[in-house]
Design a protein around this ligand. Sequence first.
Ligand code: MN
Length: 195
Amino acid sequence: MTHKLPELKYAKDALAPHISAETLDYHHGKHHNAYVTNLNNLIVGTEYEDKSLEEIIKSAPAGGIFNNAAQVWNHTFYFNGISPNGGGKPTGELAKAIDKAFGSFEDFKSKFSTSAATNFGSGWTWLVKDSDGSVSIHNTSNADTTITCDKSIPVLTIDVWEHAYYVDKRNARPSYIESWWNLVDWEEANKNFIA
Ligand code: MN
């Protein structure tokens, strides 16, 4: 099957000033798109040619096919998790789980931000739902993704690769993380949590 670049659910300039149209032009239009193109090229003639994206991620060994497939999935999840109408605080069942695990939303936000700021090199910081229904924070490196772990379901992620923020923030990852909180789509996160 041919994998396709999913369209953004908002206009390119809708996330400004937190994330600029220029960042989205590069991050979605070039980086995310390149992972899709690379994946489609790499799977030709392999056992992965007819597999779904998730099947590829769960079965491919470390290397190009895994890296590009996981980056396609991670970016789609990331872009779906932010919205021009986002920000504020979590709601519903997710809000309760966050309070239970971290004491308060402010304590969670602080721990998550620190985790994202200190994730060394390129990677992703995740909020996941564990098999007992609780939530926890995890860092992954490079293309690694929490969907390879059967015991946890991703709820929310932030991309901390430099390409996610260099256009807007240069090297200032903590400033990007602060901006990102204004865009978090808590409705979408809550849907992921209760799914
Ligand atoms: Mn990225």
